[in-house]
Write a protein that binds this ligand. Structure first.
Ligand SMILES: Nc1ncnc2c1ncn2[C@@H]1O[C@H](COP(=O)(O)OP(=O)(O)OP(=O)(O)O)[C@@H](O)[C@H]1O
Length: 264
């Protein structure tokens, strides 16, 4: 469904470290994968290449069999129709009702009123908000607002759902509700790729875990945990796989060094 073949991405010609560095990954139809990694490791860049908001500097990105380097700009809107996107900060229209926020995603692609009347209630049912269709976003909890964001993302029945830190603004209870909704959508056949820092959710909901570090894939594990393993790159360039406590220590040491570098 999604395939990265030797993908590298540099934003500026003289950039010292690539945002993505020779990434090879395949996500199959119907999978649920978490994309994890420290801040700046390349998660958002990865998602933006799938949407063709950006183009790979090297290598090829395939979505549903199409090489995104090869499709003309005029075909990009059609590609994006097959991909739903969930934002960390919900991005709802405050003056519109829940129903109208979801309907908006159909209006922009020219759906008829009859189609909208038919499909919006289904999407709201999927996220458990069928009885809140007439509310405004400000009358909802954060978790409910995010579920409206998810209903909007799936109402056009995309085969892929991308989520960038969808629980980043939510407390634990609301985060779990959002995760349950994403799981349900996945069980109905949608491929879900979720970038996140929420280690407790990753370890609890147990899906494939793809970990990026400085633009490289350092771990790809079916049914993974957030920090069960990490790969460190030694000074001589060799890679070493650490597990358990040692992995946790290496991650916090790396974070501290990064903070020190930033201060210097
Ligand atoms: N528009 C841009 N121009 C130049 N460099 C960029 C741009 N966007 C991202 N980068 C750089 O690319 C690298 C990867 O960034 P990216 O935003 O993909 O990381 P991330 O893992 O999503 O981080 P976070 O968890 O903080 O969202 C970082 O070094 C970042 O500084």
């Amino acid at each position: 469904m999604i395939k990265f073949e030797n993908v590298s991405m540099v934003y500026e010609p003289k950039q010292r470290n690539a945002a993505l560095n020779d990434v090879n990954i395949e996500v199959n139809r119907g999978e649920f994968a978490f994309l994890v990694g420290e801040s700046g490791s390349g998660k958002s860049t990865f998602l933006s290449l799938i949407l063709r908001e950006k183009r790979a500097t090297n290598g090829a990105v395939y979505v549903a069999g199409q090489n995104l380097n090869r499709i003309p700009s005029r075909r990009v809107p059609k590609l994006r129709r097959d991909i739903g996107f969930v934002f960390q900060d919900f991005r709802l229209l405050r003056e519109r009702t829940v129903f109208d926020n979801v309907a908006f995603a159909m209006e922009v692609i020219g759906a008829s009123r009859a189609q909208i009347r038919d499909r919006v209630p289904d999407a709201l049912r999927m996220v458990g908000l069928e009885d809140k269709a007439r509310r405004k976003p400000t009358e909802l909890s954060g978790g409910e607002q995010q579920r409206v964001g998810i209903a909007r993302a799936i109402v056009n029945k995309p085969s892929i759902l991308l989520a960038d830190e969808p629980t980043g603004n939510l407390d634990r209870k609301n985060s779990v509700e959002v995760m349950n909704v994403l799981d349900r959508i996945n069980q109905n056949g949608t491929t879900v790729l979720m970038a996140t820092h929420a280690h407790e959710l990753v370890s609890e909901f147990r899906h494939r875990v793809i970990e990026l570090s400085k633009g490289s894939v350092v771990r790809d594990e079916a049914d993974g945990q957030y920090t069960a393993m990490t790969t460190v790159i030694n000074q001589d360039g060799s890679r070493e796989l650490l597990t358990g406590e040692a992995a946790m220590e290496a991650s916090s040491e790396a974070a501290m060094n990064e903070e020190k570098d930033e201060r210097q």
